[in-house]
Design a protein around this ligand. Structure first.
Ligand code: PLP
Length: 474
């Protein structure tokens, strides 16, 4: 048996070689996988072998067998969902995070990762113009980042209503009334569900999916009236806004909506789901999109999406650090605190044990700098606009949204034609775009979220759509 160091180096070198091949193949390969999960079942399944295999051989087998089933998500021609990409510094930092193998929950035990994540958090607040002193937690993705912000909201709203949530739970507690825009991401409902807050009141949105402030005003007024008629004391209110609509990329009117929420109830908590849109705040000429967003109480985002660090990396930012730590923290004798008594990283996120996922964020920010982040986001918007402009010039192609950010939604006539064009594009494989349904129509969604998308990728995408439309229309 070889020494452990040799086994590591053989396996790591094999992994590095395959990783390089995979990344280098992105420029030329077709985007979609060539086989299904069912096709791959035999390669990865079957009875658990009795005897093991040397590490480097395991990695060789894994990389070779997985390759046909991989989606080229790092490709500049991948436009599905809102995925993102990976910056070189962030990817390499992520490898180090795995090699360092730190359980990043405790400052005392893992000071290096704690210091790096704290620095990344401070940089993020500065970059995005969020309130200094807010607490920053690194969760798995935007769903859990939003959940984290909403958990802090629940704790604070209950405490302000004089309810001991930690002691008495939700049973018999004052009802928190939650308000969401009609086009919020469904995972906001999921977060509310995890927290036992039930189904939110849905506030109508405009044609781009932005919450309608007048309707929000009306809905909040009605909740306040109902609570006062029931004599149940001031209604705890939670308003969820959105920076970046999945279909249109639109941003809610934060200044107006937040002013309404505050006027309706002292202590209303406003959360912003900025899964991919929060990063617009780093770009001076996009300031109008995010104006007023800084007045909220909590924000959730996903660094994989627009910043381009490896999965997983959601980020929760909460102005009221005490509420966040009360919602997520834990105090027990075996978790030794740092001598200076500073809060530990585990107190800001749902997990106790976790990888140091803030380290790739630090590396991304260090490698890009403030100007580089702005240039990266600007590039995404530029290429989304190029796509919209060139695609709308094609016959039979309708761009349905105002392309102010990174999303483009298209239709090709009736629903059946749109679905057929979408299927054709995916089968063709030069680019990958996903279908969806928006404003009662089947659509083709394009999300430009990967920094590697360039003018040539835009040209390939336009050609792929043109050819698919021609083939479907015969
Ligand atoms: C606006 C918005 N919120 C939340 C999410 C969920 O993010 P995640 O998949 O990182 O949990 C997404 C995903 O695209 C999103 O676009």
């Amino acid at each position: 048996m070889s020494a452990p160091e040799e086994r590591y180096s053989d396996a790591l070198e094999t992994a590095a070689r395959h990783a390089r091949q995979w990344l280098e193949s992105q420029e030329t390969r077709l985007v979609g996988p060539r086989v299904s999960a069912t096709d791959l079942a035999a390669d990865f399944g079957g009875p658990l072998p009795r005897e093991g295999m040397p590490a480097a051989e395991v990695v060789e087998y894994l990389a070779t067998k997985a390759e046909p089933g991989l989606m080229a998500m790092p490709s500049g021609r991948f436009f599905g969902w809102v995925i993102g990409g990976t910056l070189p510094a962030a990817l390499a930092a992520d490898w180090l995070v795995s090699a360092w193998d730190q359980n990043a929950g405790l400052r005392f035990a893992t000071p290096a990762t704690a210091a790096i994540e704290e620095a990344a958090g401070t940089w993020l607040l500065e970059l995005l113009g969020l309130p200094e002193g807010s607490d920053v937690g690194f969760a798995t993705g935007a769903t859990m980042a939003n959940f984290t912000g909403l958990a802090a909201a629940r704790w604070r709203l209950m405490a302000d209503a004089g309810w001991d949530l930690d002691g008495d739970g939700l049973s018999g507690a004052p009802r928190i009334r939650c308000f969401v825009g009609q086009e919020r991401h469904d995972t906001i409902d999921l977060g509310l569900r995890y927290l036992g807050l039930g189904r939110p009141t849905v506030v109508p949105a405009d044609r781009q999916g932005r919450i309608n402030p007048r309707e929000l005003d009306r809905a909040l007024a009605s909740a306040v009236e109902q609570a006062s008629a029931a004599g149940s004391g001031p209604a705890p209110l939670l308003v969820c806004l959105q920076a970046g609509n999945l279909h249109s990329g639109a941003f809610d009117p934060f200044t107006e909506a937040i002013a309404i929420a505050i006027a309706k109830a002292h202590g209303a908590w406003v959360h912003v789901d900025g899964a991919f849109g929060l990063w617009a705040a780093a770009v001076p000429e996009l300031a109008a999109l995010t104006a007023g967003l800084q007045g909220a109480d909590s924000w959730g985002t996903d660094a994989h999406k627009t910043l381009n660090v490896p999965y997983d990396c959601g980020i929760a930012v909460v102005r009221d650090a005490q509420a966040l730590r009360a919602a997520m923290g834990l105090h027990t004798s075996y978790l030794i605190q740092d001598a200076d008594g500073a809060a530990d990283p585990f107190e800001s996120v749902p997990e106790l044990s976790r990888r140091a996922r803030g380290v790739p964020v630090w590396a991304a920010l260090k490698s890009l700098g403030r100007d580089g982040v702005a240039a990266q986001v600007r590039g995404l918007v530029l290429h989304a606009r190029q796509l919209a402009e060139q695609l709308s010039a094609l016959e039979g192609v309708e761009v349905l949204n105002d392309v102010d950010y990174t999303q483009v939604s298209l239709a090709f006539g009736d629903d059946a034609t749109t679905r057929a064009v979408t299927a054709r594009i995916i089968a063709d494989g030069r680019v990958w775009m996903s279908g969806s349904r928006w404003r009662d129509r089947d659509i083709l969604r394009i999300s430009v979220s990967n920094r590697s998308t360039d003018d040539a990728d835009v040209a390939v995408a336009v050609a792929a759509v043109r050819d698919a439309v021609a083939a479907v229309r015969g």
